[in-house]
Design a protein around this ligand. Structure first.
Ligand code: 9MR
Length: 347
């Protein structure tokens, strides 16, 4: 489905929603528009990550299914989940999320094929020659991308390939295969689903700096060699205490100049706890500013928040003493950030 631009795909999905009566006649005219609907007016999606354990929470699912026009599995499509034993594939978690998205006429941003983290033990404890590892990587990519062929809008093909200083991160992939693993992965993914938009994705590349420069150079070189690359995913794990990335818009724009899409793929804005009205107000401004930066750049196709509620955020588990990072609180109530995003999408 995804050979069409995101603008057209969103229109097709919206038409399906109306045809199936999922929005109700007169009520819909007066109903407040969702984040997804507001973003669609700009030809963008507004999405959320989700995770399989959350599927037992009916109140959570109601908002997930109605407010957003795109879904990303936070963990369900990672290597440890999809190929837990060599050559044995398990689609249970990924399929649950893709099926939910289909029922709710949402795009799927699929995440992720090649990463150094959340790999199965058989892969990290084995000793592999370059030839063996290359075959393992090709088989994994080909099998997973084929399984989700025509069901997902895009793939984060390679995740977090660079260090902060712009040098290659020394992962299993880089150390064994050299930097060529990135182009290989993109080519194999393209062969397996020629319509999926293929991304590289990373954190701390919101602003212009050595790490985003490395992506700029990478994309330029991939394009020059006709390697299939469609987009750069800017994760957007921000923290109030580290300041707002003021060059975000300029950064998104320079990638558009390389003829690739961009997307904000894992947005959350954490703070030192406890939260207070002042911090929540600053957070709201930041959410609005990120939204406006994306809307200002034609090739920024959408925004995904890294789950939508503080109830299921990864932050408190990874950064003790920090949290309150998402637009809905732990009781699934909208925070000031939610209204700020709405305002930014409404103007
Ligand atoms: O949200 C994911 C969380 O549930 C996992 O425990 C964590 C393990 O590293 O990964 C989280 O998602 C990460 C994403 O896949 C890549 N970018 C950073 C995200 C936060 O760690």
């Amino acid at each position: 489905m995804s050979h069409r631009p995101v603008r057209k795909l969103l229109a097709v999905l919206a038409a399906a929603t109306v045809t199936l009566g999922l929005t109700t006649g007169t009520a819909s005219a007066h109903r407040v528009k969702t984040l997804g609907e507001l973003a669609r007016q700009h030809g963008r999606y507004f999405g959320s990550a989700t995770d399989n354990p959350e599927f037992s929470d009916a109140a959570y699912l109601k908002i997930l299914g109605s407010e957003f026009t795109s879904i990303t599995p936070g963990n369900g499509m990672k290597w440890y989940a999809t190929e837990p034993q060599q050559g044995v594939f398990d689609w249970t978690n990924g399929d649950q999320i893709v099926n939910f998205a289909r029922r709710h006429h949402q795009l799927v941003r699929a995440h992720t094929l090649v990463w150094h983290s959340q790999l199965p033990d058989w892969l990290t404890t084995g000793t592999w020659t370059a030839e063996q590892l290359r075959a393992i990587l090709k088989k994994h990519i080909t099998t997973e991308v084929r399984h989700y062929r025509r069901k997902v809008y895009s793939w984060d093909v390679v995740n977090e390939a660079f260090n902060e200083d712009g040098t290659y991160r020394e992962t299993l992939w880089y150390n064994t295969l050299g930097p060529g693993y990135i182009a290989d992965a993109l080519r194999w993914a393209h062969e397996a689903d020629p319509h999926a938009k293929l991304y590289v994705n990373d954190y701390n590349i919101e602003g212009i700096g050595p790490k985003s420069d490395a992506y700029y150079d990478l994309v330029k070189s991939l394009k020059a060699r006709h390697v299939p690359i469609d987009g750069v995913g800017v994760q957007g794990h921000l923290a109030l205490q580290y300041g707002y990335p003021a060059t975000l818009e300029a950064n998104l724009r320079r990638f558009a100049g390389l003829r690739v899409d961009t997307a904000i793929t894992e947005l959350d804005i954490r703070m030192l706890l406890p939260a207070d009205a002042g911090k929540l107000a600053t957070q709201a401004t930041w959410y609005a500013d990120v939204t406006k930066a994306c809307l200002a750049v034609r090739r920024c196709v959408g925004i995904t928040i890294w789950d939508y509620t503080d109830k299921y955020s990864w932050i408190p588990g990874f950064f003790p003493g920090e949290g309150a990072a998402l637009p809905y609180d732990e009781n699934l109530q909208p925070k000031p950030a939610y209204d700020a995003i709405r305002d930014a999408l409404s103007s």
